[in-house]
Ligand binder design. Structure first.
Ligand code: G3P
Length: 216
């Protein structure tokens, strides 16, 4: 499973990259807006921090300008993956950018049929938002299972990038289902690591070792 970090904050990305297990970054207009910095500056810094796909979302809504923005974003750095909303225009832009060998991440996915269209459009990634479905009492992880089953049925190569992750259980369930990627907020990455018995066990090991007076 690939781990992407879901943020446009370069300090958070540096923190996660130090773990040595990060494979990419996803951003979106809201995450970029939070940083209050020029988008090109942020994206170029992120691309130098992580050697993997960096999703950058277009803000145009018509396919001509989506393609125009997508080409501009892709020109910034080889790591850029152009993020497009799953709308009619977004799908058309996806087909056009894919024909130009530009990686695409189709976002705001909330149904299996949206994901099926995305795979037929040849997208690199599809981003189903599990947390936002859970937020309205729908089963976000069932969507992930449905998409993976559909893609396996037909051998689609679009990667399932689980997004809108709220907790470690989302990552666990995504991994059990065989999702290709989880894009995870830094706070949840830290939660994946933590277990009280690890902390208690380490404390006991060190206390017993200290009694020996030895050093390694
Ligand atoms: O990349 C998509 C992700 O940022 C959305 O997460 O928490 O806003 O639903 P959230």
């Amino acid at each position: 499973m690939k781990f992407f970090i879901d943020t446009a904050n370069t300090d958070e990305i540096k923190d996660a990259v130090e773990l040595g297990i990060m494979d990419g970054v996803t951003t979106n207009p809201s995450l970029v807006a939070k940083e209050n910095r020029p988008i090109e500056e942020i994206l170029l810094e992120i691309c130098e921090l992580v050697d993997g796909p960096v999703s950058a979302e277009v803000t145009a809504t018509d396919h001509v300008h989506m393609v125009e923005e997508g080409l501009k974003l892709a020109d910034l750095h080889d790591n850029i993956c152009v993020k497009l909303p799953i709308t009619r225009d977004g799908l058309k832009a996806c087909v056009e950018l894919t024909a130009e060998d530009i990686p695409t991440n189709m976002t705001l996915c909330f149904s299996p049929m949206q994901a099926l269209l995305v795979a037929k459009a040849g997208a690199t990634f599809v981003s189903p938002f599990v947390g936002r479905l859970d937020d309205i009492a729908q089963d976000g992880m069932k969507l992930i299972g449905d998409i993976i089953q559909m893609y396996n049925n037909y051998g689609f190569t679009t990667e399932v990038l689980v997004a809108s992750i709220r907790n470690p259980i989302h990552v666990y369930q995504a991994a059990m289902l065989g999702a290709d990627v989880a894009t995870i907020p830094l706070s949840v990455i830290d939660m994946l690591l933590k277990h009280p018995l690890t902390d208690i066990g380490l404390e006991k090991f060190l206390a017993d070792w200290d009694k020996t007076g030895q050093t390694i």
